[in-house]
Design a binder for this molecule. Structure first.
Ligand code: NAD
Length: 352
């Protein structure tokens, strides 16, 4: 196992291996880039098959946060942490206190939040040892899903404007895959804007709610890709844009909250060649992290949501750049992000 020669090492500033014998903590914290401010990113708890797998994950995820924060215009850099363990079996207060101490030792260069396998109460235990946490109840922002859904809604409108030349959604059909925290809030925004909904979920109760509350048409999970629609909104799983689904996809726009929607980067290029406009996932789903960035005693929901709404204009900039340079939207997003984080921001020191 190596770090510096790993294919996922991308000039990360700092990678820290943390161990606490008493609690059994084995964790890795990766700080990718702090040019825009202290690194912010969730802590993931996962039963990694090997330490090498954990290193790969933390290197990739922390790099992704640098790009996400830069495009969301946050005064933060990118970081992430992973705890090697099974979240169903290995959680304990001692483990999270040890993790909190590990975060504290970085003196604010890394701010920890929730991620897969780590919930708000877990981060609140870390908070007993460090103030460098985000996404806790005390911070004010709370559940990030409504902000994420609002960002997806605004981003979806930008994509519709750019691709279909329409400011309004009434009369358009949106196929929503996944009616969980984000998908259900998104359906509400879309229904209020007059869009027709086609929905699916493996959870029958969630589907029934969407049918009743939003007059949505239901399809099976397999049928959603081929559904007749203008927009496909993936809000469940990753890798849903792949060789199989591309054969049946009818939508002209792909805009949803799911992480890692493209199975491989080349699928973004295939979408471009087919004239399907893809809203890069890490840009359109940044509403939650934008909301969290406003946390604090003076949290103001209106101000936070106005910031989330800027996802609309950021995506328009990305779409225009992609068109002008003849590249996939994901690549255009990466280029804009790199321009933003490779030179330090003037407000960098104030953010700390
Ligand atoms: P969630 O777990 O609340 O909802 C996911 C839903 O997808 C569930 O209802 C689940 O039953 C459904 N689902 C699972 N497999 C499915 C399948 N094969 N077909 C159809 N539906 C299926 O998660 P969420 O918080 O709503 O997040 C949705 C997606 O958005 C995830 O990919 C998540 O990583 C991403 N995301 C969420 C946030 C947030 O603030 N919650 C922020 C950024 C990104």
């Amino acid at each position: 196992m190596s770090v510096f020669s790993s294919p996922d090492f991308d000039n990360h500033e700092q990678v820290v291996f943390c161990h606490d014998a008493a609690s059994g903590l084995k964790a890795i914290i990766a700080i990718h880039n702090t040019n825009r401010g202290p690194s912010l990113g969730g802590c993931r708890m996962w039963p990694y098959a090997s330490e090498a797998e954990a290193v790969t994950d933390v290197l990739r995820l922390s790099r992704g946060m640098t790009y996400k924060s830069a495009l969301a215009k946050l005064p933060y850099g990118g970081g992430k942490s992973v705890i090697i363990g099974d979240p169903r079996l290995d959680k304990s207060p001692a483990l999270f206190r040890a993790m909190g101490r590990a975060v504290q030792r970085l003196a604010g260069r890394y701010i920890v939040a929730e991620d897969v396998g780590i919930s708000v109460p877990d981060v609140e235990i870390m908070e007993r040892e460090t103030r460098h946490v985000a996404g806790t109840t005390a911070g004010g922002a709370g559940d990030p899903s409504p902000a994420t859904a609002y960002g997806v809604y605004m981003g979806l409108r930008a994509a519709v404007r750019h691709k279909l030349g329409r400011d309004k959604l009434d009369g358009l059909t949106v196929a929503v895959q996944g009616l969980g925290h984000v998908g259900t809030y998104l359906c509400k925004h879309l229904a209020e804007a007059g869009a027709r909904l086609v929905v699916t979920d493996i959870n029958e109760a969630a589907v029934q709610t969407a049918v009743t509350e939003f007059d949505a048409e239901r399809v099976t999970p397999d049928e959603i890709y081929a559904a007749g629609c203008d927009v496909f909104a993936p809000c469940a799983l990753g890798a849903v844009i792949n060789d199989d689904t591309l054969q049946v996809l009818k939508a002209k726009v792909v805009a949803g909250s799911a992480n890692n929607q493209l199975h491989e980067p080349r699928h973004g290029e295939i979408l471009r060649q087919r004239g399907v406009l893809y809203a890069p996932d890490y840009v359109i789903n940044a509403g939650g992290v934008i909301d969290i960035s406003h946390e604090g005693r003076d949290y103001d929901k209106d101000r936070a949501f106005a910031h989330v709404a800027e996802i609309h204009d950021t995506l328009l900039e990305i779409f225009r750049r992609a068109e002008a340079e003849g590249i996939a939207t994901g690549e255009a997003a990466d280029r804009i992000a790199e321009e933003r984080f490779r030179r330090p921001e003037p407000h960098n020191s104030a953010a700390a």
